[in-house]
Design a protein around this ligand. Structure first.
Ligand code: B12
Length: 460
């Protein structure tokens, strides 16, 4: 893959416009000066343009970036069901290990494709896979796989069907079957694949943004805004003859999303929270925001250095940014002539020390009364999942829980016999000290000594 490939393509596309309206810093009209000066000014303008085009500046931290990319490569050796987002992250990196990437791709195809293709109407409604299917298609495309063969065409048809079912669900129940993050990802995958998208499907996304429907539980979902921004930006740049009205709506929605995302950026460069920041930076860059990375590079690297991105899913969203890429680059990926030097590194073992005391409570919907409460002792450095495991092991008749696998790791799906229900939009929310919404799931969050954790059945 060539470095900054897409930037050059953009530069070439915008070249004629540069001739007429020179950009910031180059205010003199080009046709008014001699040939040599014209070329010089153009070179300077292109230089300025290309510098502004970088996603973030990470020049000083190449060693850290390589270590993190190795970590993501190492995650492909896990026994868990392969994660297409990990594959995309690796494909958008500068360094590669073709053998490991290929075998992961084969696992993705083997363990996921038959399930996607087997899904039909009613079954789909119960457990929508719009996002997974979209990610799978993006992963194939990021590997330069042929999507014009029979399987490729079937996968695309399934994604179109999935989006259609989502759209119908929005029309009837005012919400998608899955969520607007996955709905946006579905649109993005089709668009990056060069497919025309039903304008009603696009219209529903635009409406949802207008009506402030991009929420994560009860707060603004920057992840969803970013994914929707990436999808709409791709549509904006596509050559399909969408109507003028739709094009205007797409444009206005991009502007609104850009504004919302920038307003969510803290003085430290964090956009939403640290886990939504990489995707938000990708989206801002794709939407043409010049200071897409303003302050965020330091925040991301600082947090990466202290291990915040240890979850492979979180890392897979960060790696493209560290390698100056966004999901949009999948459209123009060139798989020839790539570096093939990446190897896995040895990750250190978790250091466990003394024991800590953790109390947790179980609360029912709409109530702050404790249905159940327990205190357990676990080794320092244990995860919340280990706390729950210990609690169940100690009192199997009083406390039980269930988990469901997801791309982010184990999702707490049931507590003491009450199971979260997608159709009724209930889930087990995880809080700390009365009302602090945890930023990580049960396998990632490592409680501190004396922590009070609340597992509260909530609606979203
Ligand atoms: C929609 C959404 C939800 C919905 C999911 C329900 C649904 N059917 O749509 C609801 C509101 C229930 C939810 C809950 C939570 N979420 Co949430 N969620 C998202 C969001 C916006 C999209 C997920 C998605 O559809 N992915 C695409 C598909 C293809 O991947 P998937 O793995 O198949 O999707 C499933 C899982 O992601 C799962 N899920 C959703 N959130 C979380 C969080 C964790 C930790 C796990 C393990 C699973 C999980 O629900 C998805 C649908 O089934 C992401 C943003 C993002 N960047 O991914 C945040 C995100 C994944 N959520 C996050 C968090 C923190 C949570 C909670 C832990 C919040 C809390 N304190 O209670 C809880 C999970 C508690 C539990 N029971 O384990 C963080 C995770 C960060 C991290 N490092 O772990 C994210 C990245 C948002 C953020 N930037 O903070 N979430």
């Amino acid at each position: 893959m060539k470095d900054d490939n897409s930037l050059w393509q953009q530069a070439v596309l915008k070249f004629p416009r540069l001739l007429l309206h020179t950009s910031s810093g180059c205010s003199r009209p080009l046709f008014a000066v001699n040939m040599e000066t014209r070329l010089l000014v153009l070179l300077v303008c292109l230089q300025v343009f290309c510098t502004a085009g970088n996603v973030c500046d990470f020049k000083e931290k190449q060693h850290l970036i390589q270590t993190l990319t190795r970590k993501l490569l190492k995650a492909t050796q896990d026994d868990s069901v392969p994660n297409p987002s990990i594959h995309i992250g690796l494909r958008l990196a500068k360094y590669h290990n073709h053998e490991m990437e290929n075998s992961y791709l084969q696992r993705l195809r083997k363990e996921r494709e038959s399930d996607f293709l087997a899904r039909t109407g009613p079954e789909y409604q119960k457990e929508p896979v719009t996002g997974l299917l979209a990610l799978h298609i993006l992963a194939l495309q990021a590997s330069c796989e042929n999507l014009d063969n029979q399987t490729g065409k079937q996968l695309i048809t399934q994604l179109k069907r999935a989006l259609h079912s989502e759209k119908e669900h929005i029309a009837t129940y005012d919400k998608p079957l899955s969520n607007y993050y996955q709905y946006s990802m579905g649109i993005l995958a089709l668009c990056i694949n060069g497919k025309k998208i039903d304008h009603h499907v696009i219209g529903r996304l635009i409406q949802a943004e207008k009506r402030k429907k991009f929420m994560h539980h009860d707060s603004q979902s920057v992840d969803t805004e970013a994914m929707a921004g990436l999808a709409l930006q791709c549509l904006e740049q596509s050559d399909f003859m969408y109507t003028d009205q739709l094009r205007t709506d797409i444009n206005n929605t991009i502007k609104s999303l850009k504004k919302k995302i920038i307003e969510s950026r803290s003085a430290e460069g964090i956009i939403g929270n640290i886990f939504s920041t990489p995707l938000a930076v990708q989206a801002l860059h794709a939407m043409g925001q010049e200071d897409a990375c303003s302050g965020s590079a330091e925040a991301l690297l600082g947090q990466a250095e202290v291990g915040t991105f240890h979850n492979p899913m979180a890392l897979s969203l960060l790696i493209p940014v560290l390698h100056q890429k966004t999901y949009q680059d999948i459209a123009n990926i060139d798989c020839s002539d790539e570096d093939n030097t990446l190897t896995t590194s040895h990750s250190g073992l978790n250091q466990l020390g003394n024991e800590i005391k953790v109390t947790f409570m179980v609360q029912n919907i709409g109530s702050t009364n404790n249905e159940y409460e327990d205190t357990v002792f676990v080794p320092q450095g244990s995860s919340l999942l280990e706390v729950l495991k210990t609690a169940h092991k100690e009192k199997p008749k009083h406390f039980a829980y269930e988990i469901k696998d997801s791309l982010w790791g184990p999702f707490l799906s049931s507590v003491n016999g009450i199971t979260a229900d997608v159709e009724r939009r209930t889930y087990w929310q995880i809080l700390k000290d009365r009302n602090i919404h945890l930023m990580e799931g049960i396998a990632d969050y490592k409680p501190h000594d004396g922590d009070h954790i609340i597992l509260r059945l909530s609606t979203w």
